[in-house]
Design a protein around this ligand. Structure first.
Ligand code: 5GP
Ligand code: ZN
Length: 115
């Protein structure tokens, strides 16, 4: 827990968010400024700044994060139409919040390559 980190505060329910899923390791909530009809953020409760800081011991946690994203996609009937999972990392990606998070985006067509 990093008291200066917004997503740590959200994960501890010390800052507000529209939480859609939570277990002992991860939390999923709606993005405050959605870029698509469905835009969820899935975070580990453990503070990890970015993919640049993961290590061998985080393997299971990261797998769990993706698994939960697919469960949420299933729950929202997105499996047929599809969805995009994004992890921005560092300045060129536009990462704004330095607590690792997986974006689950869906509900419209996404261009490729991304802008
Ligand atoms: P990044 O650019 O770091 O990959 O994504 C950060 C995301 O967090 C952005 O999509 C932004 O809209 C979202 N965000 C920023 N502040 C808040 C907040 O206070 N609450 C929620 N729910 N989302 C936030
Ligand atoms: Zn944090």
């Amino acid at each position: 827990m990093n008291g200066d980190c917004l997503f740590c505060l959200i994960s501890q329910r010390q800052a507000p968010a529209e939480v859609v899923f939570e277990d002992d390791k991860v939390m999923a909530f709606k993005d405050i400024n959605p870029k698509a009809p469905v835009h969820l953020l899935i975070i580990p409760k453990k503070h990890i700044s970015s993919l640049n800081d993961i290590s061998e011991k985080d393997k299971e946690l990261l797998g769990h994060l993706i698994l939960i994203a697919t469960h949420l996609a299933q729950e929202k009937n997105l499996k047929e139409t599809g969805y995009r999972l994004v992890i921005n990392t560092g300045p060129h990606s536009g990462q704004q919040i330095f607590h690792l998070h997986l974006h689950l985006l869906a509900g419209r067509h996404f261009s490729w390559p991304p802008g």
